[in-house]
Write a protein that binds this ligand. Structure first.
Ligand code: AMP
Length: 223
């Protein structure tokens, strides 16, 4: 590990823990406390939802809420290439630079996300209903391998060893996987399969990778 990176972990700047008000983020619990100088960071491929997709989402929510009334629709859509990690503020620029260099030669790709699946976060404080990627897995895996190497440089957590790439559609608080798995998933899958043109708009164009760190968003267009 370079000395500069090691210094990052020795950095003993005074930290200020902010009282976390879960009502300000939809009742979700933060996985890590917010501290001044610590920036929640995430790398992903964005997906611009069109009208058809949002219509399908509404149908899925109507059905899903008969099993889990507190299911909330996502407002922004993406395929994650990293876990949520925490970066010190002064490491954002070198982190972004490293991502830029590693992603520069990557080509655009197309994947398909059409298999309904339930996920929980690591701490099982949130449950997600997502569409798992059924084709295009290998290109995303190559991107993750580059992102993982950047994570390693900064001594941060790599992505899942056995990743299940997906587009999250909805979420709820707590581990509700039992209520959502089985019959509910089956019904949701039938809605996806039967929705007109879903095979067209569930083809996801991977044209760009983004890194969100705190309130900053960095874009890395693919070639
Ligand atoms: P995302 O919409 O990408 O934030 O993913 C929703 C949740 O799925 C995250 O909290 C992930 O931790 C979780 N997840 C659980 N298992 C996996 C897996 N095998 N691959 C990717 N994400 C997963």
């Amino acid at each position: 590990m370079p000395d500069s990176v090691r210094r990052m972990f020795r950095d003993q700047e005074e930290k200020e823990t902010v009282v976390d008000d879960s009502s300000k983020h939809g009742g979700r619990l933060r996985t890590y406390p917010h501290e001044r100088g610590n920036w929640a960071t995430h790398v992903y491929v964005p997906y611009e939802a069109g009208e058809d997709f949002l219509e399908l989402l509404q149908l899925l929510l109507l059905c899903g809420r008969t099993y889990m009334p507190l299911l909330m629709g996502q407002e922004e859509f993406h395929i994650s290439l990293s876990q949520g990690v925490v970066l010190r503020h002064h490491w954002i620029d070198p982190f972004v630079q490293s991502l830029k260099e590693r992603l520069a030669s990557f080509h655009r790709f197309i994947c398909r996300a059409d298999q309904v699946k339930v996920y929980t976060n690591q701490t099982k404080t949130r449950t997600f209903v997502g569409l798992e990627v059924s084709s295009g897995h290998s290109q995303i895996l190559e991107l993750v391998s580059e992102v993982d190497q950047v994570m390693e440089e900064f001594n941060l957590m790599p992505f899942y060893k056995d990743p299940s790439f997906h587009l999250s559609l909805a979420w709820c608080v707590g581990n509700m996987s039992e209520a959502l798995e089985g019959k509910c998933i089956q019904e949701l899958q039938e809605i996806v399969d039967g929705f007109e043109d879903s095979s067209y708009f569930l083809r996801i164009p991977g044209t760009e990778v983004r890194c969100k760190s705190g309130n900053k968003i960095f874009s890395f267009p693919l070639r």
